[in-house]
Design a binder for this molecule. Structure first.
Ligand code: MG
Length: 457
């Protein structure tokens, strides 16, 4: 069973996204609302992150839904995983106005399926076809939809996470939360408080101008969080991206934890309590597989993109497999007992449980993980897909994986070369247990790429 990636025109792997007034306009949001309303008649939940352009897009999208006869449930500002949870529990679909980790001038739309997952490739292509239809149907006066506001539903999401940890593992643990002025201001502090933690926040007031830091939770942007963790002698700090489906961590010494290490630590914690499969894209560091194997679990790889991880998890479970965890090496982690999407609030809560269970300091737990070295680089070329084909031939004698681009697997190291679907460039990634071996493999890949590119230009 392998889920294949399909090329879309407007939508990327995580919905449609762009700069407000350029790629993303109220007109586009209106048409998306009409197309979605035509495809998914029923009750559609709409939510947004804290971006300044959120209300204009949400109102346009809701108008499109109402015109096609859908009933709209306006959930207001909330994290993407909160809307996904609400849709899964109550509604026929959802639309989230968000540009996730992109800068403030961006915005976009993510479509949510009735089961709470992001819309898959095939359905998205159908939606795109509807969008290009000049005359989207609208309903007469007596069949247009109605709208209700449901800002209280966010409480259900908070409770659903808190109820996964009935023993309240926080027990007075101090945690500093940096929601980055995003929608998690309303959720993560409340979730961790419900687990018994003592909470301090930074960038804890919702503000679409993002005065404290950009929506991408990069080590540079989290210096304030790191300083506050040390000053308050907190057990850890947690920060989210702009729509809080991702969570990243700062240890008690103020050091940023690389996201593949975060993924590994939580893998270790989960695999100690349940055996089964971990699902992750081919771009995730091998450290996750090393840890999973050590704990008696296996890893299934997917194309790059959380939607492929989520859908593969669902399909494996439908086929009778035990799937215990999934996620990406960027702090986007999926807990199948809770829901099939990345969830930053759930990730933060799990870190509390992990520290309570081990009784060790976070920095020590990270130091015990196997050392890995990753190199990532982009090379501009319009010949991406042809290049991958030729590289495939060149390395056909080796242990290769074509799940997404070309992955060449050697002992303790791997290289991944992928062509971008949206830009004229390729991405090279190398992951190795040793710095020298990593650099050597990276150099080899770079040489092969430039040799082949010379024959193509
Ligand atoms: Mg996000």
């Amino acid at each position: 069973m392998k889920i294949k990636k399909m090329q879309k025109r407007l939508f990327g792997t995580n919905g449609v996204r762009g700069v407000i007034g350029k790629e993303i306009t109220p007109e586009l949001a209106l048409r998306i609302g009409q197309a979605l309303g035509t495809m998914r008649p029923g009750h559609i939940a709409v939510g947004m992150d804290t971006r300044t352009s959120g209300p204009t897009l949400a109102d346009a999208l809701k108008a499109g839904l109402l015109a096609t006869g859908c009933d709209v449930v306006d959930c207001g500002i909330l994290p993407t995983p909160a809307l996904q949870y609400i849709v899964k529990e109550h509604y026929d679909g959802g639309a989230m106005i968000t540009a996730s980790h992109n800068p403030p001038e961006y915005n976009g739309v993510k479509i949510i399926e009735p089961d709470g997952t992001e819309m898959g490739d095939e359905e998205t292509i159908r939606l795109e076809e509807q969008l290009s239809d000049k005359s989207l149907p609208t309903k007469p006066w007596d069949r247009v939809g109605t709208e209700i506001a449901a800002p209280h539903l966010i409480e259900e999401y908070i409770q659903s996470i808190a109820s996964q940890f009935p023993e309240k593992p926080g027990n007075g643990m101090t945690v500093v939360v940096d929601p980055g002025s995003g929608p998690a201001c309303q959720t993560t502090p409340a979730i961790l408080q419900a687990l018994g933690c003592r909470i301090i926040t930074i960038n804890g007031i919702m503000d679409g101008t993002f005065p404290g830091r950009l929506p991408e939770p990069s080590p540079d942007g989290l210096k304030g969080l790191a300083a506050l963790v040390v000053a308050s002698k907190a057990a850890f700090g947690v920060a989210h991206d702009g729509d809080a489906d991702r969570a990243v961590f700062i240890d008690e010494n103020g050091s940023f934890i690389e996201e593949n290490k975060e993924f590994s630590l939580i893998t270790q914690h989960i695999c100690r309590n349940a055996k089964g499969t971990i699902v992750t894209p081919v771009s995730t560091s091998q450290v996750v597989e090393l840890i999973a194997n050590k704990e008696g679990c296996t890893v299934q790889y997917t194309p790059v993109g959380s939607i492929y991880v989520a859908r593969t998890m669902r399909e494996l479970i439908a086929g009778g497999k035990q799937v215990v965890f999934g996620g990406e090496g960027n702090g986007g982690l999926i807990f199948p007992k809770h829901q099939f999407c990345r969830d930053g609030g759930m990730t933060a809560a799990t870190m509390v449980s992990l520290l309570a269970t081990t009784g060790q300091r976070l920095s020590l737990l990270v130091a015990q993980l196997p050392e890995r070295h990753m190199i990532k680089e982009k090379i501009a070329t319009p010949h991406g897909s042809r290049l991958i084909e030729l590289l495939n031939k060149r390395y056909s004698q080796e242990n290769i994986d074509c799940t997404d681009g070309l992955k060449i697997k050697r002992q303790n190291t791997w290289a991944l070369i992928r062509a971008s679907g949206t830009e004229p460039l390729i991405r090279i990634m190398v992951d190795a247990n040793d710095k020298k071996a990593g650099s050597a493999l990276y150099q080899e890949m770079k040489n092969s790429v430039s040799e082949i590119l010379q024959t193509l230009s």
